[in-house]
Design a protein around this ligand. Structure first.
Ligand code: IPE
Ligand code: IPE
Ligand code: MG
Length: 257
């Protein structure tokens, strides 16, 4: 990202928010219910968060729904999650489309059942021209996978002779990641009390603000989301500069606007 007065002045609200939606299992277990009950409740929190972002005018929301490592879970939990994903896609896509949401599922989709892949492709097609909230759902997604698949595409171009090795720049890698052409990630939220990235947006998180909360995902409501946004707004993003430089840029942006 080019740092200038204009980009600084636009930084009060995040444009792109990503969430590691963690804590469904513990939420259910604390109520003596099966973990899958927590996943079902988690869908309500997803719906609510999408609405919250639409209301606030956030440009992109990226939700971590299933990681490339989540296949390691017990088979019945994975089966329930796949079923839930298919059910939600079937039920919600029309509503998302009506509210002008552009839905993109990111991740290695080739491992999903064909019924689910078809549904995902149909959702992409239906919503591709929408201009409202960009909603990315990360499924069978891993940050390392994302970088590796970009590297494969670039290596193919080098092998074909259309790209020189020295043309592999940061920009060129960015252009081949699954969220190329979307705004930079500003805020990465993790619910559920753990302090890790769990192989989510490794490249994109380089200069994102990180926000961790103990709130379990099914309890993540408007108030909890607002707290995360308020915390983001209160922070000073320096991108390697000094605080004084940032203050000067901010003052310059105020006089030019
Ligand atoms: C997040 O909740 C949802 C997925 C990973 C699919 P978890 O299922 O990880 O819930 P906890 O962390 O075990 O409570
Ligand atoms: C991260 O949560 C993945 C999703 C929220 C989809 P996990 O529960 O899988 O993360 P770890 O295993 O605690 O790192
Ligand atoms: Mg978890």
């Amino acid at each position: 990202m080019v740092l200038n007065a204009e980009t600084i002045s636009q930084q009060s609200l995040p444009k792109h928010v990503a969430i590691i939606m963690d804590g469904n299992g513990r939420w259910a277990q604390s109520r003596n219910r099966p973990r899958t009950y927590g996943h079902k409740k988690g869908v309500d929190a997803v719906r609510n968060s999408v609405q919250f972002c639409k209301n606030l005018g956030i440009e992109s929301l990226t939700l971590f729904a299933f990681s490339s490592e989540n296949w390691r879970r017990p088979e019945d939990e994975v089966t329930t999650l796949m079923g839930l994903f298919l059910f939600v896609l079937t039920k919600e896509v029309k509503k998302l489309h009506k509210s002008n949401v552009k839905l993109t599922v990111i991740g290695d989709l080739s491992r999903f059942p064909s019924s689910l892949q078809e549904r995902i492709n149909a959702a992409h097609q239906l919503t591709s021209e929408n201009t409202g909230l960009q909603l990315n759902v990360a499924a069978n997604y891993g940050g390392r996978w994302d970088i590796a698949q970009a590297a494969q595409k670039l290596a193919t171009q080098v092998a074909e002779g259309s790209l020189a090795p020295e043309e592999i720049t940061e920009d060129e890698i960015s252009k081949h990641l699954t969220m190329a052409n979307q705004s930079e990630l500003d805020l990465l939220i993790r619910t559920g009390g753990d302090y890790r990235i769990s192989n989510f947006l490794l490249w994109q998180a380089a200069y994102a603000e990180l926000y961790f909360t103990d709130t379990l995902w099914p309890d993540f409501n408007d108030e909890a989301f607002s707290e995360a946004i308020a915390c983001f707004v209160s922070r000073e993003r320096r991108f390697g500069c000094t605080g004084d430089q940032i203050k000067q840029l901010l003052a310059a942006s105020k006089t030019t606007s």
